[in-house]
Design a protein around this ligand. Sequence first.
Ligand SMILES: Cc1ncc(C[n+]2csc(CCOP(=O)(O)OP(=O)(O)O)c2C)c(N)n1
Length: 614
Amino acid sequence: MLERINKVNDIKKLSLQEKNELASDIRKYIIDITSKNGGHLASNLGVVELTIALESVFDVTKDNIIWDVGHQSYTHKILTGRKEQLKTLRKYKGLSGFPKTEESETDTFNTGHSSTSISAALGIATARDLKHKKQNVIAVIGDGALTGGMALEALNHLGSSKTRMIVILNDNEMSISENVGGMNDLLTDLRTRKNYRSINDKIRKAVEKIPVLGKIITKIVVGIKNIIKQMFVKGMYFEEIGIRYVGPVDGHNIEDLETLLSKVKELDGPTLVHVLTTKGKGYEPAESTPSKYHGVSPFEIETGASLSKKKDDYSKVFGEKLISLASKNKNIVAITAAMSEGTGLSKFKEKYPDRLFDVGIAEQHALTFAAGLAKSGMIPFVSIYSSFYQRGYDQVIHDICAQNLPVIMCVDRAGLVGADGETHQGVFDMAFFKIVPNIIIMAPKDFKELEMMMEFAISLNKPVVIRYPRGGEDLSFAKHTPIKVGKAELLETGNDYSVITIGSKVSTGKNVVDKLKDMNKTCDLINVRFLKPLDKKLILESINKTKRVIVIEDGTIIGGLSSSIKELISDNNITIKYAKYYSYPDEFIKHGSIDELNRQYKVDVDSIIKDIKR
Ligand SMILES: Cc1ncc(C[n+]2csc(CCOP(=O)(O)OP(=O)(O)O)c2C)c(N)n1
């Protein structure tokens, strides 16, 4: 059936039977591609029928479908003329793993960070109404994404706006791990409501058969039903805030979905369709352990076994060190925003279930919650990916730093992340944290230094950021001098160049320095350790000596370490003979492997040496 799908709306030419066959072909195709390229396997397998039904009922050339997070858009890409390109999924210069308006007009809105779809859809639907247009607007959002503040803010607005719009709630009972919170409890109630509804339908049908009085009796029965409904269905949250609730419906039954969606399409006002799906559907390993197959690296299809060797990574080191610190200090608690696996906190969760708080996809809340904990004498370690800290920026400024509260903000996936691409690259955090008063920003050069910094952070009793990259350490250094606030570490000394580095780029600096030795040049290799407060004294001494500066960082050129060094040179009127700043440019960095991207942006050893030779 895949051969029949070549361009947008080809899906509309297939019969129901053919669509069911297509669903099975698409699953095989997605499994095949993700087994080679990696990707969001389980989430995509869960929405194959839902996507087929949506794109059969709606017209993606006119209607707007917005995929929340967007990690589940592979079937949509296949149905909209990108079947062949999908083979390049997440590869350098290949197809993105998320919706991209530049890839196709049928990708209405770029997503990547969770819980944005309802807001964006409501904006589009409101503009449609103001311009007297007619298209349908649909947000497809997961139960995990519905735990995010933005989604709840948008529902609040949607309910009162009365705008004609559809929210498809793709409920697979999973975020990356099991979904959490009161909203999830509400959905569980709604899920189990099926039996209750069919009993009432039977009563209604029976009563309606009684002539004349039938309608009045039905009204009374419906009235009673509503009371019962409110008692059993936790107040019918959606209906009460002004959004029609339809469902739950089996998200793997194309016929039922199409029937329901065609009816919902005709309705006025906001409607939420509750669709039940199975994460990982159709591939046993993913169905039985969906969180393991949420995002995969290449794997063997027969067994589901990963093809990459599991090496230690920063997240794991962080998680293990936190367990050891927590065993000695009862006040230490850990907070995650739905990312306990990714941030290395799974073992902590097992060991200290009462001291691990998974707050859902709620970075803003996670940070202010941590501020509250810190205010009352706890020592919160909040671990969030760099790009997701963007969500909680005001909380960092207003709730943590303005009150100088000792929250330890661990920034995982700092720097390039690779295949997830521009929405996920962690290149802005140094710049946006640096301007906040009271904050201390550290970055370790290797695993051991991460452990030292975690221990040191507790002693500071201030807002602290520790940023570390995705994956493992490039080099494991022999030298680890004790950490002192605002003090850099001089790893090597020389006269020709000052190589000033931070975090994961200390390894790059070390490799540059070694190559320069072969060219009979000696260098100061400075691991700044603290982006803030910066060790101006040590850095100035070095620059004044060498007059040749090489700065290497894994962040944007604006506002990070390069900016700090430029300011230092200019503030001190130093005349420089050579200055090169290796940071990422002022642009959104697309997907590709970290090595490929470092080469493209010339933040790699070879490019640095080439520049020096030139
Ligand atoms: C702001 C933000 N925080 C965290 C993430 C990481 N993340 C990606 S998908 C996901 C779970 C989404 O669950 P759900 O919406 O139910 O979709 P499913 O994968 O289960 O289909 C999370 C936490 C994100 N994309 N954005």
